[in-house]
Design a protein around this ligand. Structure first.
Ligand code: AKB
Length: 347
């Protein structure tokens, strides 16, 4: 994305009130964009100048349609569709998950198609997930090792299925939208997606995910609380830090289209077992109390997710390279930042 202040494109961010949204919006402003920050909840503090807040539900087609006019007739240049119901929350209410994750995505794609320009289709960036993968059993998971984007796309969660559906809808809007029109299909959006692993943030503890045992373990130890981990110690899936996740979004969003060989990319960083996360937590917070009480259904979901991902395409096409491995994640980012916050709070 060019950083000229003269550029005045309108960018829609859904789920803007979350941590990813709070990191992306300032970057978009620095790039000279005008931002519509949409979220289900009212903003907890005012957004800076250049941002218009919109409170509403992505399931509501009228609300999504209204986002297009918040800056008058200006066309939409990009949509960052971050709003989602995560995997464990989705299993508790599959219909809601489908409406938010699939119908919500469809509403945003339709908005981008209607409010973009034909000459320069809007960028549509969808964070997807390793939840799209569904490996049959532990032996198959061990044999599969790191998975490629086109393998094992047989999710057992409504969240993973919804992300797969949204990826496919993106591909449709990018290549075949209105294909029966006399002038042929419209390339209505420039659709790009990243399949994220579990994310570790120093600032927030996620809720509703199934990779949440990683961040929960860390934040419980930092608060001096005992933690009962809901998966076995040998459970292994990929993780990355929040700053790396933001870097991935910025990297794919700004990549030249000619360099992209696919629409959907894996991104990897490190792939620890729950016991390996616990060991690093213990090193930084000696005496952390971590016990294991696997929850059978959540364990089965984690067992169906791959041990790691192959991210060669992201590295080759748009230079993906994470800054944090497991040790650096803790020593350079998570622990210093958590301790700084703790010190500020007790001052
Ligand atoms: C979840 O656990 O649902 C998410 C994800 C892996 O996409 N964190």
């Amino acid at each position: 994305m060019e950083s000229s202040k003269a550029a005045s494109g309108v960018v829609v961010v859904t789920g803007a009130g979350g941590e990813m949204g709070h990191a992306l919006v300032p970057w978009l402003l620095r790039c000279g964009k005008r931002v519509i920050a949409a979220d289900l909840r009212e903003p907890t503090s005012p957004w800076p100048e250049g941002v218009v807040a919109a409170t509403g539900d992505v399931r509501d087609r009228e609300f999504v349609g209204s986002l297009g006019t918040r800056f008058g007739e200006a066309p939409i240049e990009a949509v960052y569709h971050l709003a989602a119901v995560l995997s464990s929350a989705g299993e508790r209410n599959p219909e809601l998950a489908h409406e938010v994750n699939v119908m919500g995505s469809m509403h945003l794609l339709a908005l981008a198609a209607e409010r973009g320009t034909r000459e320069r289709p809007p960028l549509f960036l969808l964070p997807s997930s390793i939840a799209v993968y569904g490996i049959a059993d532990l032996e198959a998971k061990r044999l599969a090792g790191a998975v490629h984007e086109d393998e094992h796309c047989t999710s057992r969660t409504i969240y993973g299925l919804g992300k797969l559906a949204a990826e496919e809808l993106g591909r449709y809007y990018a290549s075949f939208y209105r294909q029966l029109d006399p002038q042929g299909p419209r390339h209505a959006v420039d659709f790009r997606s990243i399949r994220f692993p579990g994310i570790l943030s120093a600032d927030t503890v996620p809720s509703g995910g199934t990779s949440d045992y990683g961040p929960e373990m860390l934040h419980a130890a930092a608060k001096g609380e005992a933690y009962r981990c809901f998966v076995r110690p040998d459970s292994r899936i990929p993780f990355m830090t929040m700053p790396d996740a933001i870097r991935a979004i910025e990297g794919l969003a700004t990549a030249h289209p000619a360099r992209l060989s696919r629409r959907v990319y894996n991104v990897g960083a490190f792939a620890p077992s729950a016991a390996e996360i616990a060991a690093v937590v213990n090193r930084h917070f000696p005496g952390a109390e971590i016990a294991y009480e696997p929850h059978p259904a959540r364990q089965a979901i984690v067992d169906s997710w791959p041990e790691d991902v192959v991210d060669h395409a992201a590295r080759r096409d748009w230079g993906w390279s994470p800054c944090h491995d497991l040790d650096l994640a803790f020593s350079e980012y998570l622990v210093p930042r958590i301790l700084a916050r703790h010190t500020a709070a007790t001052r």
